[in-house]
Design a protein around this ligand. Structure first.
Ligand code: ATP
Ligand code: MG
Length: 600
């Protein structure tokens, strides 16, 4: 099969202007750091507990609360009206101690699962870190989930405690409580002294809690977090993570996000997803930086206001959010004083080169893409602060991470010879992105799905399910999810390449690309387009967009068909659901849509 690699980017490399970097980046010399990095050395930068024991919450909270950062803001919650509630490291230590104490009083044992179903309010952070302090397992649920996804996950994860609000409990859980056999305690954060039947008052329990005493000393391999994947490809999987993962949260916070002690940092991801926990709670707190939390939903004016008023220095967001800001125009950004901002990073989906470069226009800074997944627990491949950017590339592997491209056969299966996976050595040839197992935040299993877990490891490598290529200099380029890649007339086409090209057209706000069956070519490319405000769907515009893509990508790769839509279907974490576009196109069952954003 002839393999069409993504066209070499038409975008010039963005070289870093040292003047843009207010402080010396943590990763000045990539090659040297990569060559000399050892996880054991990284582990020694953490405080640790006696006898080699560890607890994520100790690294994130207690050691700062006992040191010179006690009075510093750990979290700053920006409420709907713009007012701010700040919580210092010392206060966070106290609150989380109390919650750990509540769990002990309720008879919750180590390893039991404590679920949260909460918006981004203080109780969510208290629950997460207090649960870890007690040695129980924290499992966050996204607050916008409907009853079925909530109960399905509570059931799959055998949740014994749920912390939520009165209305979420009544709307999502109360009617299904009978089927949740493991669920012993429901704590309502807004019970106001009058709990619902069979629930407890979170605030009252916290207020009465006795001192916790010593934090649970955990083995590095003890389970700490249970994270369900986004469900982009189907039924969500429960990925198991351990306390030892904190070593990776620390390293990636330093190298990929370039966190420095005085940073004001904002991660826009909801802790209902792995990004919002690994990088919205753990990594920044481990580094003792101040984390901004927006309690509301995304809206350009509000977001620029927060960046400016909170003097955010490091911002971690997602392509879907950036595309929405782009839609509103770069002028909106320039109306605000964003001079504190020195580093912008993105994750969750491929970041179109157009968006990377738009960052220069809007913030005076390029956007740094990085790649990882729920299973990897932390960032694996990244564009770094001091490194030049090749727009459209995910960057280079993090120090301590061995990445490779595994060859695939005609059927798309990895090629294994003599027990070893065959690695692609030629630059720019597409294969499956793989990682050498052994980094601290690697998932230790899919909950109750051992066989599925085992199938992820082939010939000494963890297979990510994503297709990518590596250029001659070691930069990685995302091609598509294995399932989303289109096979047309002997070509292998990554939807990302086609979507990025369409996004370069001034009328296009978002693009989702799939393959649809074709008698002659096997599959042909079809694009679904969301237009920017001020543009009308028409046959002329349809022809123009197809012509635009043909000129840039050639007829083999450009979409043959194109349809305008009001909104693309997305997961709640903001990922385009191509499998749903395809199912709808072909009139097939929609499959698991539990993570589909409402109204899509
Ligand atoms: P599921 O596994 O349930 O189908 P999911 O893979 O979307 O859902 P996540 O673990 O949240 O769940 O997402 C990780 C995936 O998101 C990656 O495997 C990759 O496909 C995509 N992704 C994340 N970051 C990037 C990036 N920077 N560039 C391209 N793709 C990315
Ligand atoms: Mg996945």
């Amino acid at each position: 099969m002839k393999v069409t690699t993504p066209a070499p980017t038409r975008w010039p490399v963005i070289t870093k202007d040292p003047a843009h970097l207010a402080v010396i980046p943590n990763l000045v010399d990539y090659d040297r750091t990569y060559a000399t990095f050892r996880w054991a050395d990284e582990q020694r930068t953490l405080a640790g507990l006696a006898d080699g024991r560890v607890n994520i919450a100790h690294e994130a909270v207690d050691r700062h609360a006992r040191g010179d950062r006690a009075g510093r803001d750990a979290l700053r919650f920006v409420r709907a009206d713009g007012s701010v509630r700040a919580v210092s490291f010392a206060q966070l230590a106290d609150e989380t101690d109390r919650f750990a104490s509540v769990l002990r009083r309720l008879g919750v044992q180590r390893g039991e699962r404590v679920f949260s179903l909460l918006g981004r309010a203080p109780a969510l952070y208290t629950t997460a870190l207090g649960t870890l302090k007690h040695g129980a397992v924290f499992c966050p649920l996204f607050s916008a989930f409907g009853p079925e996804p909530v109960c399905q996950r509570l059931e799959l994860g055998s949740g014994s405690v749920l912390v939520t609000t009165r209305s979420l409990y009544l709307k999502r859980v109360a009617d299904e409580r009978g089927r949740l056999h493991a669920l012993r305690h429901v704590l309502l954060v807004d019970a106001d002294g009058a709990p619902e039947p069979d629930t407890l008052d979170f605030a009252a329990l916290i207020a009465e809690a006795p001192p916790y005493g010593r934090i649970a000393a955990m083995d590095a391999e003890d389970m700490a977090l249970l994270h369900f994947t986004s469900g982009t490809t189907g039924r969500p999987k429960g990925a198991v993570h351990v306390h030892g993962a904190v070593t990776a949260h620390s390293a990636t916070g330093r190298y990929a996000l370039d966190l420095h002690p005085d940073d004001i940092y904002w991660c826009t991801a909801d802790p209902g997803w792995v990004t919002g926990t690994s990088y919205g709670i753990i990594a920044p707190l481990v580094h003792g930086v101040t984390t901004v939390v927006d309690e509301e939903e995304m809206e350009p004016e509000r977001w620029y206001g927060i960046l400016a008023e909170q003097h955010v220095t490091v911002w971690y967001t997602a392509p879907t959010a950036l595309r929405m800001l782009m839609k509103a125009g770069a002028d909106r950004a320039r109306e605000h004083d964003l001079s504190s901002l020195r580093f912008v990073a993105s994750v969750g989906e491929p970041l179109n080169p157009e968006v990377v470069v738009w960052g220069l226009e809007a913030f005076g800074l390029p956007v740094h893409d990085n790649w990882w997944q729920t299973e990897t627990g932390g960032i694996m491949i990244s564009n770094y602060a001091a490194m030049d950017i090749r727009p459209g590339s995910m960057g280079r592997p993090l120090p301590g991470i061995q990445a490779a491209i595994v060859a695939r056969d005609q059927t798309g299966s990895p090629v294994v010879r003599g027990g070893a996976a065959e690695l692609v050595t030629d630059p720019d040839v597409v294969g499956e992105l793989a990682l050498e197992p052994g980094w601290p935040s690697m998932f230790r299993g899919y909950l109750d799905e051992d066989e599925r877990y085992r199938r992820c490891f082939v010939g000494g490598w963890y297979l990510t399910g994503d297709l990518a290529r590596r250029d001659a200099d070691g930069w990685y380029w995302f091609v598509g999810r294995g399932d989303d890649v289109i096979k047309s007339a002997g070509h292998l086409i990554g939807p990302f390449e086609v979507e990025s090209c369409l996004l370069e057209h001034e009328a296009v706000a978002e693009a989702g690309v799939i393959g649809v069956p074709d008698d002659v070519a096997g599959e042909v490319v079809k694009a679904f387009i969301e237009l920017k405000p001020g543009y009308e769907a028409s046959d002329a515009l349809q022809r123009e967009l197809i012509g635009f893509a043909r000129k840039r990508l050639g007829t083999a790769v450009a979409p043959r068909r194109l349809e305008f839509v009001a909104a693309l279907p997305k997961t709640r974490s903001g990922k385009i659901l191509r499998r749903l576009l395809k199912a709808r196109e072909l009139g097939l069952p929609e499959g698991d849509t539990s993570t589909l954003e409402a109204g899509r």
